[in-house]
Design a protein around this ligand. Structure first.
Ligand code: UTP
Ligand code: MG
Length: 582
C-alpha cells in the first residue's frame, strides 16, 4: 500500500479537497428535509405564501451550492484518479523494464499486460469512488440518523434496528465474494494468454488447420471465466435486493408507526415527511455503501496483483559501488564451471561449462537442437545469471558490471528476429542512436541487407509493420544482423541467424563479417558445419554439456559428436551435389 501512496502524492490536494467539497454537498442535502418541515408545518399550514417563497428560495440556493460543490469534487476526482492511474502505469512499466527474464518468465507476459491495464483501471475507479463517496456516505448515514433522532427518537429505533441487519448481510456477501474476485482476474490472465498465443501464431494455426481446436481452447477459457464471473455475480447481485428489502420494510414500519404517532398528535405531518426523507437518505446511502464495497473488494484483488509486481525486486540488481577492475589482457570471455537451470525446469540446461575466448577470435558453437546453445549465449549479456560458476568478461564477473556498460559491449542477434514498428532506418538505429546514413548503410551491406533494401521503393525508409510481417524470415534476420553491427560492438553474438539464408548469401555474409570485424570477437551459433568450419575455436555442445573444444581439424580427430555432425552434413552435401549432376 505504501508503494501506491507514492503515486498518489502529486494529487494530495485533490484527494483531500475532493471529499471536503462532497461533504459540503452532503451537509446541504441533510439540511433540506428539515427546511421542508418549516415549509409544511409553518408555511403551508398558515397559508403564508411569502414565507414559502422565502424558504423555497433558500432551498434552491442551497441546491445550487450543493451542485457546484459536487461538480468541483467530480473534477478533482477525475484529475486525481486519471493522474494516479497514469503514474502507476508508468511506474509499473518501469519496474517491468528492470526485470530480468526470470521475473518476466515467472509472471508471464499476458498477466503483466492485464495487471498494467485492467488491474490499474480497477484501482483508478476505486480512487475516484473513494474521493466521491468514501466521506460523503458515512457522513450522510450518521448525519441522517442523528437528524431523524432529533425529529422523533422513538421512531428512530426502527431505523437503528435495520442497520445491524444491513451490516450483517453486507458482511456475509463480502466474505463470500472477496476470494472469487482474485480468481476472476486469474482467469482473465489465462484468457489473455490464449488470445495472445492465438493472435501471434495465427499463421501457424491457419497453416495447420487448427482453427477449430484453437476456437475450442478459447471457448473453454472464456467459459471458465464466465462461470467464475457468474458465481461472483450470483453472490453480489443478492446485495441490491437485500438492501432494498431492508429499506422498504423499514419504510413500511416507519409509515405504520409514524401514522399512529401523527394520529396521537405526537408527531406533525411535516415531520413525518422529513422523517421519511431522512430514512430514504440513510438507506440509499447504505445501498451506495454496498456498491462501494463491491468496487473496493475488486480493487483489493487488483491491488494485490499490482503490488506483487511493484514488490518484486529484480534478481539482477545493478551494482552500486562500481569499480572498474577489468583487464584488457584477460580472455575477453571466460566460462568458469558454469551450470544453469531455467526457473521451474527440473533439470540443468547447462552443466559444468568452461572455456576461454581471446579477443578478436571467431568462435563457433554447434550442437543439436535443445543442446543449450542459446542458453550459453544468454548468459554473456546477463539475460540470465548462472546458477553455479562464473561468467567472466575481461577478467571481471558479469555480475560486477553495470548492465548498461556490459550490454553496450555486446551486439546480440537473437535466434528469433524481432523488429519493431517503424522504418528500416529506425530499426537499425536501435543499435546506435546517432548512427549516420553511411554507418547504417555499411552495417546493412555487411549484413547482406543493402541490396534488398535498395530494391524496395522507399529504400531505408520502408515501413516495417508490427512484428515485421511484411518481411521474409531471411530479410528479418539480415536486418537484425545490421542492427547489431551498426553498434560496432566488441563482442558480436549471432544465434543461428543465418538459418533462413540460402547457402550463397550465408557465404557472402560470412566473408563480409570476416573482412569487417577484425577486432571484434564473434560468436556464431549454428547447426551448420560450413558456417563455423574455419572458426578459430569450435565448442561442441550436447545435452547441456561440452563434448569438445578446438579447431575443425582437432575436433575431427578427437570429438565423436563433431565427427558425426560433420559426416552427416557432408554426406548430405555430397548427395545434393550428386543430385545436381543427375
Ligand atoms: P536452448 O534454447 O539453449 O537450446 O535450450 P538450443 O541449443 O539453442 O536449441 P536450438 O538449436 O535453438 O533449437 C536448452 C534447453 O533448455 C530448455 C530447453 O528445453 C532445452 O532442453 N529451456 C530453454 C527451458 O527450460 N526454458 C527456456 O526458456 C528455454
Ligand atoms: Mg537456440
Amino acid at each position: 500500500m505504501k508503494n501506491l501512496f507514492i503515486f498518489m502524492k502529486p494529487y494530495k490536494k485533490q484527494i483531500i479537497l475532493g471529499p471536503i467539497f462532497k461533504l459540503l454537498e452532503a451537509i446541504f442535502e441533510l439540511l433540506i428535509p428539515t427546511i421542508m418541515v418549516l415549509i409544511t408545518d409553518k408555511g403551508i399550514k398558515s397559508g403564508d405564501t411569502i414565507y414559502i417563497f422565502k424558504v423555497g428560495g433558500l432551498m434552491a440556493f442551497m441546491a445550487i451550492l450543493g451542485v457546484s460543490a459536487s461538480f468541483t469534487c467530480q473534477y478533482f476526482a477525475s484529475i486525481a484518479a486519471q493522474g494516479f492511474g497514469t503514474r502507476l502505469r508508468n511506474g509499473l512499466f518501469e519496474k517491468i523494464q528492470s526485470f530480468s527474464f526470470y521475473e518476466i518468465d515467472e509472471f508471464g507476459t499476458a498477466s503483466l499486460i492485464n495487471r498494467i491495464t485492467n488491474d490499474i483501471n480497477q484501482l483508478q475507479l476505486a480512487l475516484a469512488m473513494f474521493i466521491r463517496l468514501a466521506i460523503r456516505v458515512p457522513f450522510l448515514c450518521t448525519g441522517g440518523v442523528i437528524m431523524a433522532m432529533f425529529l422523533d427518537l422513538k421512531l428512530s429505533s426502527i431505523m437503528l434496528l435495520s442497520l445491524p441487519l444491513f451490516l450483517f448481510a453486507l458482511y456475509l456477501i463480502m466474505s463470500k465474494s472477496t476470494p472469487l474476485y482474485g480468481l476472476v482476474q486469474k482467469k482473465l490472465d489465462k484468457l489473455a494468454l490464449v488470445l495472445r498465443e492465438n493472435l501471434t501464431g495465427i499463421r501457424v494455426i491457419r497453416a495447420f488447420g487448427m482453427e477449430t481446436y484453437e476456437k475450442k481452447r478459447f471457448d473453454n477459457s472464456n467459459e471458465d471465466l464466465l462461470n467464475t464471473a457468474i458465481s461472483v455475480g450470483k453472490i453480489v447481485n443478492v446485495m441490491n435486493p437485500v438492501t432494498n428489502l431492508i429499506m422498504n420494510a423499514s419504510l413500511i414500519a416507519i409509515l405504520w408507526f409514524g401514522a399512529i404517532r401523527v394520529n396521537n398528535g405526537a408527531l406533525t405531518q411535516g415531520k413525518i415527511i422529513a422523517y421519511i426523507n431522512y430514512t430514504t437518505l440513510v438507506l440509499s446511502a447504505l445501498i451506495i455503501v454496498a456498491n462501494l464495497v463491491i468496487i473496493f473488494t475488486k480493487a483489493g484483488a487488483s491491488l494485490k496483483r499490482v503490488n506483487e509486481v511493484l514488490m518484486t525486486e529484480s534478481t539482477m540488481k545493478d551494482i552500486t559501488n562500481y569499480k572498474e577492475v577489468k583487464s584488457e589482457n584477460a580472455p575477453i570471455i571466460e566460462f568458469d564451471n558454469v551450470s544453469f537451470m531455467y526457473k521451474g525446469a527440473g533439470d540443468y540446461s547447462l552443466q559444468d561449462i568452461s572455456f576461454k575466448i581471446k579477443k578478436g577470435q571467431t568462435i563457433g558453437i554447434i550442437g543439436s537442437t535443445g543442446a543449450g546453445k542459446t542458453s550459453i549465449i544468454n548468459l554473456i549479456p546477463r539475460f540470465y545469471d548462472a546458477v553455479k560458476g562464473k561468467v567472466i568478461i575481461k577478467g571481471l564477473d558479469v555480475k560486477k558490471y553495470k548492465k548498461e556498460e556490459l550490454r553496450n559491449m555486446i551486439g546480440v542477434v537473437q535466434q528469433k528476429p524481432v523488429l519493431f514498428t517503424g522504418t528500416i532506418k529506425d530499426n537499425i538505429r536501435w543499435g546506435l542512436e546517432n548512427a549516420s546514413e553511411e554507418q547504417i548503410e555499411k552495417a546493412a551491406k555487411i549484413a547482406q541487407a543493402h541490396k534488398f533494401i535498395e530494391s524496395m521503393k522507399e529504400g531505408y525508409d520502408t515501413v516495417i509493420f508490427h512484428g515485421g510481417v511484411n518481411f521474409s524470415g531471411g530479410q528479418k534476420q539480415r536486418l537484425t544482423i545490421a542492427r547489431a553491427l551498426v553498434k560496432n560492438p566488441e563482442i558480436l553474438i549471432l544465434d543461428d541467424c543465418s538459418s533462413a539464408l540460402d547457402f550463397a548469401t550465408d557465404l557472402e555474409l560470412r566473408k563480409a563479417l570476416k573482412n569487417n570485424t577484425k577486432d571484434m570477437t564473434v560468436i556464431m551459433v549454428t547447426q551448420r558445419i560450413t558456417t563455423i568450419k574455419n572458426a578459430d575455436m569450435i565448442i561442441v555442445l550436447n545435452d547441456g554439456k561440452i563434448e569438445g573444444v578446438g579447431t575443425n581439424d582437432e575436433l575431427m580427430e578427437s570429438c565423436v559428436v563433431y565427427k558425426e555432425i560433420y559426416n552427416s552434413q557432408l554426406q548430405k552435401e555430397d548427395e545434393d551435389e550428386k543430385e545436381d549432376v543427375i
